[in-house]
Design a protein around this ligand. Structure first.
Ligand SMILES: [Zn+2]
Length: 164
């Protein structure tokens, strides 16, 4: 496993659409492992492959430690409701923005063993699914801002505290 560099929002790569994974082989397993390690090192709760320069439809999410969701070719099947959230992105450290996300999200995809996965989510998991699947379509949270006034600078989070 390896911690990979995360591309900044200024990179053209993170604004491109990712391709579907056709065959889940060892290289995809390694990509999943690297995504998890990179997400943890950066102190994030989710990471999508294009953020590390790999334009494939692969995401990982870990909201609480050890509960890793790995999704290959994920899709939002249904999204209902609307709410305002304050969101950030590892591609844009030091900024958060108020945007609208869905209340309830149903998503599907496959795991590393090609087994179908279906998830019904609300709260932070719904937001993370929408955020990471957006990345696969070249969309960053700032693309959802209604106004630049909704974007705020914050103190960057200290990266992966040594005690955690
Ligand atoms: Zn992001």
């Amino acid at each position: 496993m390896a911690v990979l560099p995360i591309l900044p929002a200024s990179s053209p790569v993170v604004h491109q659409k990712s391709k579907r994974v056709r065959r889940i082989d060892g290289s995809i397993h390694r990509l999943l492992d690297d995504l998890v390690e990179t997400m943890r090192a950066a102190g994030g709760v989710g990471l999508a492959a294009p953020q590390v320069g790999v334009l494939l439809r692969v995401i990982v999410i870990e909201l609480s430690q050890g509960e890793i969701i790995e999704l290959i070719n994920p899709e939002i099947v249904k999204a209902t409701g609307e709410r305002e959230v304050e969101e950030g992105c590892l591609c844009l450290p030091g900024y958060v923005g108020r945007i609208k996300r869905s209340e309830v999200v149903k998503a599907k995809g496959v795991d590393r063993d090609s087994k179908p996965v279906r998830i019904k989510a609300d709260e932070l998991l719904a937001e993370a699914l929408e955020h990471e699947i957006d990345h696969l379509n070249g969309i960053l949270f700032v693309d959802h801002l209604e106004s630049l006034d909704d974007l705020h600078k914050v103190e960057p989070k200290p990266v992966a505290a040594a005690t955690e």
